[in-house]
Design a protein around this ligand. Structure first.
Ligand code: FAD
Ligand code: NAD
Length: 471
């Protein structure tokens, strides 16, 4: 029986990063992965690379370029004439990027000496793991440390069962090769907004049916309100407080019954995406027999060092509590590998950035104003609109604002919330600042290049002290 120091189950951004880091630290490492990619071949990279972050961002970029060519270039005096879109070519470009990246992970495994065991893993107790290969053959391997990084899958909705044709989950929505004239989406969360934006930009009439009455409840209220207005302006029909009671796929359309404040309603769509959250993947892992405990929502229970209830078994990423984000999973992966190697094992969950890749983008780190109020923390607010930022105006992309929250007494930055152009990149400065316990004054005294979008954060920090220059 082959013996490893570390065996990782799952090669998503949590698992593959953990495996590479463990190997870098001199540990004999293997990673079990069962994913079969679109080409019918085994693939590394998990949800993120195959059907998540990377393919969705590829489509967001393509659809944004198309939208810009059709609607925004005229403002620059650029005449482009008739602009067309070939959705099948757009999806093929996305697939190419995915296969380049998943192949890249296989290369990184080779370079770092990580063994890829293809197949499905199950804990067999006593440091052993059974790997059932796709070809029916199975093998048992032993490892001193086992890291579970089996990720998550879309949460099913019993009233709207996915059929892969008319009713799809987020993975299916990345593969439309025709633009649906009427697109319905259940759930106006991150996936609903990102994928809704993709198809709305290409011409779909998009309706989002959201169960809760608040829009983006995790975001700062001021930013959520601005975003809701911006998306409505883009034609996204967001119906809040909508309870879907049935969705039936017919030959030509999907009929959706729902109830909202106006009573019982019915709508028809050409396609329906179900995006109501994700749930941990733990079935078939043999957790109970191995002594690994889960919480009431099915997430594997871990302590701060990612240790489960079973000795030598750890869990990271989407399968454990915390934000279901790729960068979070990867940082868990690094920390758990370093912990196993006897190093410090820590991830700062207080400074994990959240990004929604719509246009304008939405990004935040730290606490919202409503959270500070609820906790009774004294704070000051600095707001700066992109309308007053020269670079944003030059880009014809001046929607949104930067909002900075600092402690009223210590001036320590407690949260930064951005809606605006390239918010996904701008938030990095706020993350660094918060990680280094910066004050608003620290950011205000740092020289920011002109003209850049980053000046908006600088001005928001100045505004927190009532001394912004350009508003
Ligand atoms: P996963 O990526 O889910 O990987 C788990 C792996 O384990 C899978 O490959 C699976 O096949 C394998 N596995 C499971 N069970 C077994 C078993 N028994 N044996 C062998 N292998 C097994 N996050 C962001 O941060 N930014 C984004 O922009 C973003 N966009 C997203 C867009 C979409 C459409 C979706 C669906 C998700 C997006 N996410 C994004 C979330 C992100 O993809 C996840 O948070 C991330 O992939 C979690 O990583 P993970 O390693 O924990 O799990
Ligand atoms: P989500 O939690 O962001 O949104 C799901 C939405 O569906 C919520 O607003 C919820 O209230 C609503 N909902 C739940 N049940 C419903 C019902 N029966 N009817 C109508 N609405 C209902 O989840 P998601 O959009 O499915 O994405 C899953 C996770 O994947 C995210 O939480 C995030 O962690 C990750 N993700 C991240 C990114 C990113 O970082 N940019 C992008 C996509 C996905």
């Amino acid at each position: 029986m082959e013996r490893y120091d570390v065996l990782v189950i799952g090669a998503g951004p949590g698992g593959y990063v953990a495996a590479i880091r463990a190997a870098q630290l001199g540990l004999k490492t293997a990673c079990v992965e069962r994913w079969i990619g679109k080409e019918g071949k085994p693939a590394l990279g998990g949800t993120c690379l195959n059907v998540g972050c990377i393919p969705s961002k590829a489509l967001l970029e393509s659809s944004e370029q198309y939208h810009r060519a059709r609607h925004d270039l005229a403002a620059h005096g650029i005449e482009v004439g008739e602009v067309g879109i070939d959705p099948a070519a757009m999806v093929a470009r996305k697939d190419k990027i995915v296969s380049q990246f998943t192949g890249g992970i296989a290369g990184l495994f080779k370079k770092n000496g990580v063994t890829w065991l293809q197949g499905s893993a199950r804990l067999a107790g006593d440091g052993k793991v059974e790997v059932a290969g796709g070809d029916g053959a199975s093998q048992t391997v032993a490892a001193e440390h086992i890291i579970i990084a089996t990720g998550s899958r879309p949460t099913p909705l019993s009233v709207a069962p996915v059929d892969g044709e008319r009713i799809v989950d987020s993975a299916g929505a990345l593969d439309f090769t025709e633009i649906p004239a009427r697109l319905g989406i259940i759930g106006a969360g991150v996936i609903g907004l990102e994928l809704g934006s993709v198809w709305a930009r290409l011409g779909s009439d998009v309706t989002l049916l959201e169960a809760v009455p608040d829009f983006l409840p995790a975001a700062d209220r001021a930013i959520a309100a601005q975003a809701q207005k911006a998306f409505a302006g883009q034609g996204l029909n967001i119906r809040l407080g909508a309870k879907v009671t049935a969705a039936k796929a017919g030959a030509d359309a999907v009929t959706v019954d729902f109830e909202d404040k106006d009573g019982a309603q019915q709508a028809q769509f050409d396609r329906l995406i179900v995006a109501v959250g994700r749930q941990p993947v733990t079935d078939g892992l043999g957790l109970e027999a191995a002594g690994v405990a889960c919480d009431e929502r099915g997430f594997i229970q871990v302590d701060q060092r990612f240790c489960t209830a079973a000795r030598g078994v750890y869990a990271i990423g989407d399968v454990v509590r915390g934000p279901m984000l790729a960068h979070r999973a990867s940082e868990d992966g690094i920390a758990v590998a370093e912990g196993i190697a006897g190093q410090h094992c820590h991830v700062d969950y207080g400074t994990i950035p959240w990004i929604i890749y719509t246009w304008p983008e939405i990004a935040w780190v730290g606490r919202t104003e409503q959270a500070l109020k609820a906790e009774g923390v004294p704070y000051t607010v600095g707001v700066f609109p992109f309308q007053a930022n020269g670079r944003a105006r030059a880009m014809e992309a001046a929607q949104g604002q930067v909002k900075l929250l600092a402690h009223a007494e210590t001036d320590r930055v407690l949260g930064v919330h951005i809606m605006g152009p390239h918010a996904s990149e701008l938030i990095a400065e706020a993350v660094v600042a918060m990680e280094f316990c910066a004050s608003a004054e620290d950011i205000a005294r740092i020289v920011h290049a002109h003209p850049t979008l980053s000046e908006a954060l600088h001005e928001a920090a100045l505004a927190a002290h009532r001394r912004a220059i350009h508003v």
